[in-house]
Every structure is written in C-alpha cells, then in structure tokens.
Design a protein around this ligand. Structure first.
Ligand SMILES: [Zn+2]
Length: 454
C-alpha cells in the first residue's frame, strides 16, 4: 500500500505485530489486546536522525577513559537496593505495576528527597497540580523544591526539561504522553514507543535520571510497559500481596543485579520500608503455641537473607479429583513434593486437597524451600507439630533425597540470629551447626523425634 494508509495490529501487552486482527495474541496469550496502528513510515529516518553520536573516533579499548557515571542515593534504601545501589545519572528507569499499587507515591517520596541534591521535575498527566499537591501533603513531603508540570504533550515537556535542566525527572505516566509526530492516541503502542525513545535519549544527552511510570492493566485498553522494556536501562515492577505488602523487583537492570527485592508497607504517610523482613514474615509465637502445618526456612533474595514461614493444610477432597491451591509457590512443585512424600515417606496425600501458603504473601521460586514445604505438608497431614526452633533447607530429588543448597552459611547465620536452634540441612554440606539429613524420611524422623506432640 502506498502513502500512510497501511495499518498493522499490535498487541498492547507484548508489542507483537500482525497484519490482521487476532482475538488471542500468539506471543503472550492475552485476549483482545490487538489494536490497530498506522504504520509510521517516516519514523525510521527520524529515529536514526535523533540517534546521538556517542563517540566517532576509533581507539584502542585500553585507551578509553571510563567516565564514572554519577550514582546517588534516592533517599529510600529499598529503592536504592533494587536499582543496584542508588540512582544512576544518566539513566532511564521504567516503573511498572497495577494502578493504585503505589507507583506515584514512591516516585513523589523519591523526588522529595532527591530535591535536596539537585533540581527535580515531576510530570503528571494523570492528575492536576492541586491533586498532586494534596497527595504530597498527605505524605507530609517537603514541597519546596519539587517542580511540577501537568501536560501530556511530549514537545511541551521536552521544552520544559531543556529549559529547567533537572537532574531527576518523573513522568506519571508514560501512557498519558503523546507526540504530534505519531498519528495515534496516547497509550497506543506507537505513542508509547516514540515518547519513551525520545525521553530516554533526552535523558542520556542531558545527564538526567529519568523515571517513567507505566500502568499494567488486565483489560488491554492501553498498552502495557512490556513493549518499551527494551528502550530503557532498568525495569522495576511493583507487586502487591493480599495483606498490603508491596514488593519491588527489577526485571532488567543495566546497572546492577535483578535479584534484589524491595519490601514496603503502605501506610498513612506513604510507603514505608520493611527493614527486617524476617520479623515481618514470621508470626511471633510463644512456646507451645506452634500449630500443625507450619515449617520455617530461610530464603536468599539478592544481598539479603531472611526467614519465612511455610503453611500447609490438607483436607479430604470434596469431589472425585484433588487440587493443589498455592498462589505463592508453583503448583507443579507442590504436586511433585506431594508425590515424593507419598512414595518415599508413605504419607497418604492422593485423596487430599492441598493448600500451601507463604506467610506475608511473598512469591518464592527458590528450590531450597522444598524440604520445608515437605515438612509442613507432613505436619499438616499427620497432625504432628514440628519443633518451634526447627528451620530446614534443601532441595528434594525425585528419589526422596535432600540435595545441597547455595548460601547455606548465610541461611544458618540468619536463622541463628532469629533464635532457631535446629538447622536441618543436606548431609553433604559440611557447615558448623547443622543437623544433617540424607533424605525426606530421615528429615521427618528428626522432625518427629524432637517434636513435643506425638
Ligand atoms: Zn501479546
């Protein structure tokens, strides 16, 4: 087709392009997410023209002078940690999450403390200046040094940034921005890509730490942040649990690891860091108050190790077939552990519905929690209380063996600090203070032998 009349259909969740409309995206599996987009012919030349020349001289790698990019604290420890040790300048960071999860709140808290070190600009296309002020007042923030600009035109925003020369810019949200060079509405994939690209280039050339808020929606009416992930340096996602805890994780980070996790609680005065996750994730129980179906383990998330409580419950299945309910741990893993218990510990689970939960609502993928899940299931099914000072680590093989885990010393140190005395661990690992066990049967013997209840 000639001219600007050709169209493509773009998945607003993942950015897949198709020549015809589809009900279900073949890439990400979302339904009704394809939106019609005009093919922007001239944009190719424009992006190439806008590409900044980083260095046009040819030299030896050894002669290259390393420019220490400027890193500074955001004033929020949990955010600094997830960013890889503070905010980089220049950099572009995408902050994604569902509406209402606290993205604007944490960004306002961040600019308020970053304003002590340099000029900051908060751009809101979602709320009016007075609404932003009310929100900032509620959070009891220092408003003195925060510049606010409420416009959704990219060109106007670029002018303001070039004029103000801020060190930190927050755009709330990327989905509200639009540029006149793209003939589609704000929030469409083309607009998101064009605005994200233009702003991240501007951040690079003007030495700005840029934060772009991107909403994640289930309806697919606006494009999700996934389609611009490749255009930014760092991608952070906010998740929430049922009890109001917020987890901030990096999905991509050019300046640090993606293993770190920030844990917050939403309070009256904004998001408060959860300083000691162990105390937060473990219920405080007195002696003899330990119920059935509870086991403890320690998880390693980035640079931190903390204890979590695994809860299990089994009840006879109401219907002919059984189910596993576990939102926080992969159900396939729970099924596998149940099969191992049935085969190698003689625990009858095949007619039971199984529930597994992690107190505090955190999702955990570590293999080291398998032994604790098995013990919690055994405790729940047999009605035997595990010792309150027992903590366990280990991966389970299909043969019922307890396999070694990484960072065993770290895990033991943290559990000792929390007052745990028996550290059930794989027998192959020679670390001081462990109670070794070779297989699941032996682990259960130890759990039963020390337990106070029958
Ligand atoms: Zn898709």
């Amino acid at each position: 087709m000639k001219g600007g009349s050709s169209v493509v259909y773009v998945c607003s969740e993942c950015g897949r392009e198709e020549t015809k409309w589809m009900g279900r995206c073949p890439s990400c599996g979302s339904w009704n997410t394809f939106v019609e987009e005009k093919v922007v012919k001239e944009s190719k030349d424009k992006t190439q023209a806008a590409m900044p020349i980083i260095d046009k001289t040819l030299k030896k790698l050894s002669e290259v002078k390393v420019d220490k990019a400027f890193r500074f604290s955001s004033g929020i420890d949990e955010l600094d940690r997830v960013l890889g040790g503070g905010i980089m300048r220049p950099s572009s960071v995408l902050v994604g999450g569902e509406p209402g999860i606290g993205k604007s709140t944490i960004m306002l808290q961040m600019v308020s403390s970053a304003a002590e070190k340099g000029k900051v600009l908060y751009v809101s296309g979602e709320e009016s200046p007075s609404q932003v002020k009310l929100r900032a007042d509620r959070l009891k923030l220092n408003l003195e040094k925060i510049n606010i600009f409420c416009d959704t035109r990219l060109e106007a925003l670029v002018d303001v940034i070039e004029d103000l020369k801020p060190a930190v810019v927050v755009v709330d949200s990327l989905q509200t921005l639009s540029t006149s060079t793209v003939p589609s509405i704000a929030g469409s994939p083309n607009q998101m890509r064009a605005c994200c690209y233009a702003l991240s280039m501007l951040a690079k050339t003007n030495d700005i730490a840029l934060f772009l808020i991107g909403h994640v929606t289930k309806e697919g009416t606006i494009a999700g942040p996934k389609i611009v992930e490749h255009l930014v340096d760092t991608v952070l996602y906010f998740e929430s649990s049922d009890n109001g805890v917020r987890f901030l994780r990096a999905a991509k980070n050019r300046f640090g690891s993606v293993d770190e996790i920030g844990i917050f609680q939403m309070e009256e005065e904004g998001l408060k860091a959860v300083k000691d996750p162990s105390e937060f994730f473990i219920s405080n129980r007195k002696e003899n108050e330990m119920p059935c179906g509870i086991a403890y383990t320690a998880v390693v998330e980035g640079s931190r190790t903390f204890l979590v409580e695994i809860q299990a419950l089994t009840i006879p299945a109401k219907s002919g077939f059984t189910r596993v309910y576990s939102d926080r741990v992969d159900t396939a893993r729970v099924n596998r552990i149940a099969a191992i218990l049935e085969r190698h510990a003689g625990l009858h689970l095949s007619d039971q519905d199984i529930y597994v939960n992690i107190a505090g609502g955190m999702k955990i993928n570590e293999v080291s929690i398998e032994l604790a899940i098995a013990l919690a299931l055994w405790s729940a099914r047999t009605g035997t209380v595990l010792p309150a000072d027992l903590v366990s680590f280990g991966e389970l093989s299909l043969a019922g063996e307890v396999r070694p885990v990484s960072f065993l010393e770290k895990r033991i140190k943290t559990s000792e600090e929390m007052g745990f005395k028996t550290h059930l661990s794989p027998s192959g690992q020679k670390v001081k203070g462990i109670t070794p066990c070779r297989n699941i049967k032996q682990a259960i013997m130890i759990g039963r032998g020390i337990s106070k209840d029958s």
